[in-house]
Ligand binder design. Structure first.
Ligand code: ADP
Length: 640
């Protein structure tokens, strides 16, 4: 880069001329000249050149003296020094004074030109280096600032998700806004829907009298404009109004936008005393912080809602008369309500302990073990220490573990007992007149001739009375079984009972073209009542025949292990819908569907079966798929 200014200080006009015409001007430099030391010094101080070419020998003031003064004045301008006969001392002296080159006179113009070029190139490089150093420092400062901004944003981001205290989070956001924008004050206003005002929720450095009760109308304030427009506002170099009587020199407001409720507030920073302006970068930083504020507000709202729901649920559970125990997947107790603690006599420190350890009731212990295998809801009747009876429901709950609920059914059991007693009495009382009616119907035909229509009517009365008699018979049977009457037990072979029943019903199956399969095994003895067990088998096999369409099959089988006899009655029939399965053993329950519409029944058969099996110390259950078939299985304890 030529164009630099060179000051030549020499009393020889001749050399001045040589330098001008042969070295300085041809290479595009500018020249200043002085013919004595004083002038040269003055010129150099007035308008500092890029290079000084300095002669040693001059009248009044030598080159060394000029150089010394220049350095004393703090000028570091590069200097080329020349002299006729230099001594070694002089060389050392001038180099100490920071001379860049030392030339011996007489010199060739080309030699001086090389020297000038060398010295200027060096100082150019130095200037460039200094410029780069300054740039680097500035870049460093900017980077450091950015890192600090990022750190601040990051830490705010973290506290938004970790701090549940909303006002602490909002205060942190405002503090960060003030910090990253180097503002004097910051504020966060939230919209109040009912009053259409913006209310101050957090502030930093805001004057106490303003902060106290700061409320701005959405329709009549600068902050309100931001809420309306949804766009940030930046005011620099003119007075802006935050509130009545509160003017600032510069201000930025950005909207706080909730994902589903639109603009819910404003985040702002202001400079009240300083004249410092804000930049677009500040607006962006505030926009990021306002997003954090929005997330925090949304979190707080959701948390509040969840908390309200939780409190409601807790109250309901607390007040509920039903016992509720919630367990994790390992069956450790997570929660038990007061009803559960009272009913099950749970120790005070039950939460966190294994349910199997603190719940001592045997049936509950059994179903707690069973539910892990069964993977479905288990229902059981549970008698507790004070004589009350509960129905317990134990089921697994996705994402939680297990839920045990217990309902006090003592009262219903008592009602049931009274009802059964009543039904038994009434049935019994009805039986005598029914037998009389039946007798007279038979007599009617004998005592005189009946015409055809009369005979048909008599037949219908006969059928209906038979149905009622059967129903009453079943009701009485049920009553007796439940009450434990007529239940003398003796050792017997259940396969012998099955044999009789299959034999007896084979013709019914054949009528419907059903294959009734049975192979009599040799099983251990059981203690049982022949009549009741025969009734159980008759009900199960005749149901299988009733509910299996023509051409199907029924398979009866009985097996045993050492302690139990297992009897299965399977069919390829219409099956039982899943929703009906829990109820089919209940009194009078019949599945209502197109397929069962035409099939006669009382809905008492399976109730009798279940009751009888249970009186034998056994259990019965069903597995069934509509359209595929059903399997009824019961187990009875064997005599060891
Ligand atoms: P019902 O006198 O109606 O047969 P039960 O108590 O014997 O009464 O049976 C109750 C209900 O269970 C029946 O109405 C029927 O819907 C259903 N059910 C019983 N056994 C079978 C079976 N093997 N296949 C399909 N459904 C059956």
């Amino acid at each position: 880069m030529a164009g630099e200014c060179i000051l030549v200080i020499d009393d020889s006009n001749e050399i001045q001329e040589v330098l001008r015409t042969m070295v300085i001007e041809p290479n595009g430099y500018r020249m200043m000249s002085a013919t004595n030391g004083e002038d040269g010094l003055r010129l150099a101080l007035e308008s500092p050149p890029d290079l000084i070419i300095l002669d040693e020998r001059m009248p009044h003031m030598t080159g060394v003296e000029v150089l010394t003064r220049l350095r004393e004045e703090g000028m570091q301008t590069p200097v080329i020094f020349y002299t006729f006969h230099g001594s070694e001392d002089l060389v050392v002296q001038v180099f100490r004074l920071g001379v860049q080159d030392y030339v011996i006179k007489p010199f060739e113009p080309a030699e001086m030109q090389r020297s000038v070029e060398r010295v200027l190139e060096k100082s150019r490089l130095r200037d460039e280096r200094d410029r780069l150093v300054v740039q680097l420092q500035q870049a460093n400062e900017r980077l450091e600032r950015q890192i600090q901004e990022m750190r601040t944003l990051y830490s705010i981001g973290r506290s938004v998700t970790s701090l549940l205290d909303l006002s602490a989070v909002l205060t942190r956001v405002v503090e960060a806004a003030v910090f990253v924008t180097r503002a004097e004050e910051g504020l966060l206003l939230l919209k109040e829907e009912q009053s259409n005002t913006l209310v101050l929720r957090a502030a930093k450095n805001l004057e106490e009298r303003v902060a106290r009760g700061l409320r701005l109308l959405v329709d009549d304030s600068l902050a309100g404009e931001v809420v309306h427009s949804g766009r940030p506002v930046m005011i620099n170099g003119q007075q802006a109004k935050v509130a009545t009587g509160y003017l600032v020199n510069a201000l930025v407001y950005v909207p706080i936008r909730s994902p589903d409720r639109g603009i819910i507030g404003v985040l702002g920073v202001t400079n009240r005393h300083s004249q410092q302006n804000f930049s677009e970068h500040d607006v962006q930083l505030l926009a990021t912080l306002s997003d954090y504020a929005a997330v925090a507000l949304e979190n707080a709202r959701l948390y509040e809602r969840a908390e309200t729901e939780r409190r409601k649920l807790e109250t309901v559970l607390h007040e509920s008369s039903e016992a509720v125990v919630v367990m994790d997947p390992d069956q450790r107790i997570l929660l038990c309500n007061p009803a559960a603690c009272g009913t099950l006599q749970l120790p005070a420190n039950s939460v966190g302990r294994l349910a199997g350890e603190v719940i001592t009731q045997p049936t509950l212990q059994e179903i707690l073990r069973g539910v892990q295998r069964a993977k479905r809801m288990i229902r059981a009747e549970v008698a507790i220490y004070d004589g009350r009876t509960f129905t317990a429901y134990l089921s697994s709950v996705e994402g939680v573990g297990y839920l045990l609920m217990m309902q006090d059914v003592t009262h219903f059991k008592e009602l049931d007992r009274i009802k059964s007693e009543f039904v038994s009495t009434v049935s019994h009382d009805l039986r005598t007149p029914l037998t009389t009616i039946q007798g007279y119907i038979t007599l009617l035909q004998r005592v005189g001739p009946l015409n055809e229509q009369q005979q048909e009517f008599v037949q219908r009365v006969h059928t209906s009375v038979s149905e009622i008699t059967e129903l009453i018979g079943e009701l009485l049977d049920l009553g007796r079984i439940e009450a434990g009457y007529d239940l003398d037990m003796e050792p017997l072979h259940v396969e012998a009972v099955i044999d009789i029943v299959v034999d007896e019903l084979q013709h019914l199956a054949a009528e419907k073209n059903l294959e009734l399969r049975w192979q009599k095994p040799n099983l251990p003895l059981i203690r049982g009542n022949h009549r009741r067990l025969q009734q159980v088998m008759e009900n199960l096999v005749s149901n299988a025949i009733k509910y299996t369409p023509e051409g199907g099959w029924i398979a009866v089988e009985a097996t045993s292990d050492k302690t139990y006899i297992v009897v299965r009655v399977a069919d390829s029939g219409i099956g039982i819908p899943l929703a009906d399965q829990p109820y089919i053993f209940e009194r009078f329950y019949r599945v209502e569907s197109e397929e069962t519409e035409t099939i006669q029944g009382t809905g008492l058969g399976l109730t009798i079966v279940k009751s009888a099996v249970e009186k034998h110390g056994g259990r019965i259950w069903v597995e069934s798929r509509p359209g595929v078939g059903s399997v009824f299985t019961f187990v009875l304890p064997a005599i060891e």
